[in-house]
Design a protein around this ligand. Structure first.
Ligand code: SAH
Length: 364
């Protein structure tokens, strides 16, 4: 049994059930035992693989995206290049390398990495040691330096804790984590109904609310409106607000029970892009998308980039770029092209960011 599970069970035994949001927050970010705190969860040896870990092309194309957005912003110097939840630092490392083809942009960049995990901040430090760009770390966006900004976030929103509400007898009750009769973690419901939730749904429906994500969108949108710039979020989720329990736990590339081993498995929830877009738009910022990751990357030129890399690679490696390209843009089972989506938030003075004016989709 995990140390964190013991701790959560003791907490509930003494103070009563906790919300799903608190459970998820503890499981991921408990300072000592949280999932992200003491480990490097990425890659084949880890629990999951993300787009920047699949191929350098992902970070490179996002670096070029940033360079073009910077031009459309009137080439501010300095420009804050901010990444939310940078993982191993791979995306930023690839983006900064690709940005060398725009030397004036490269020279204007001042990087801030927003990371809660000291372990991952160390991995990021190592990855970016030779990047040549000034880099600083902050725990939250509000602590990042002011000024015109370009903000990148891949698989960040899905790692934020969600609240869940269940429709019972015509009322919404918050889903809680409690102890069952044998003292094990189990789902339960709040004693009181939510008086403020005014959404019709069928009996048994689950509504997820990413309150932390909404607060982030308010803050980020307000910042971009006031200080200029644009943000790009890539994540998995749904385009329209719907009902359903999307809380999932992944351990060694397999789905496991979310309550089984808090702190040992990665806990995520699908991103409700429509909900995130509403909060960003409410600040006066423009929102573009969501569009499929596959369409976005193809509009940025991934097909050509894959061919170029394959031509330059030694013969035994040339296949690898086409395989990675397919995994990132393909829309079939096991491919990320339609499962993942991109959304951009920008100051209204900017034109639509690259990739968000789409030509008709071609087959992958
Ligand atoms: N973007 C990376 C990693 C995604 S995993 C990639 O694509 O590979 C989520 C990342 O967000 C991890 O680095 C995790 O430590 C960080 N993180 C999770 N919650 C956070 C929070 N509230 N504030 C800052 N970073 C957070």
């Amino acid at each position: 049994m995990s140390a964190l599970k013991d701790l959560i069970e003791q907490m509930i035994a003494s103070d009563g059930p906790i919300t799903v949001e608190s459970f998820m927050e503890l499981a991921l970010a408990h300072p000592e035992h949280g999932y992200y705190m003491g480990r490097n969860p990425f890659g084949a040896q880890g629990d999951f693989t993300t787009a920047p870990e699949i191929s350098q092309m992902f970070g490179e194309l996002l670096g070029l995206w940033a360079a073009e957005v910077w031009s459309s912003m009137g080439r501010p110097h300095p420009v804050r290049l901010i990444e939310l939840g940078p993982g191993r630092g791979t995306l930023m490392s690839d983006a900064l390398r690709a940005a060398r083809i725009a030397p004036e942009f490269r020279a204007a960049i001042d990087v801030t990495l927003i990371e809660t995990s000291p372990t991952l901040a160390n991995v990021q430090y190592e990855a970016l040691l030779t990047s040549g760009a000034p880099i600083a770390w902050s725990a939250t966006l509000s602590e990042a330096p002011e000024g015109p900004a370009i903000i990148l976030a891949n698989e960040f929103l899905d790692a934020l804790p969600v609240r869940q509400f269940l429709r019972v007898a015509g009322q919404w009750r918050e889903r809680m984590v409690r102890l069952d009769d044998s003292g094990r973690l189990a789902f339960g419901l709040s004693a009181e109904a939510e008086p403020h939730l005014d959404v019709d749904a069928d009996e048994g429906a689950i509504l997820e609310v990413n309150a932390v994500g909404h607060r982030l969108m308010f803050e980020l949108g307000a910042r971009l409106v006031k200080q200029g710039g644009a943000a790009l979020f890539v994540d998995y989720g749904h385009s329209a607000t719907g009902f359903g329990d999307t809380l999932q736990a992944l351990r060694a590339h397999r789905f496991v029970d979310p309550l089984a081993d808090p702190g040992e498995a990665d806990l995520t929830a699908h991103v409700d892009f429509a909900a995130m877009a509403r909060s960003a738009r409410a600040t006066g910022a423009a929102v573009y998308g969501p569009i499929d990751q596959g369409d976005f990357l193809r509009a940025l030129g991934i097909d050509l980039r894959a061919r170029t890399l394959a031509e330059r690679a030694p013969p035994e490696r040339s296949e690898e770029f086409e395989q990675a390209r397919r995994r990132l843009v393909g829309k079939g089972a096991g491919e990320m092209g339609a499962l993942f989506k991109a959304i951009a938030v920008a100051n209204r003075s900017l034109p639509p960011p690259p990739g968000f004016q789409l030509p008709p989709a071609k087959p992958a």
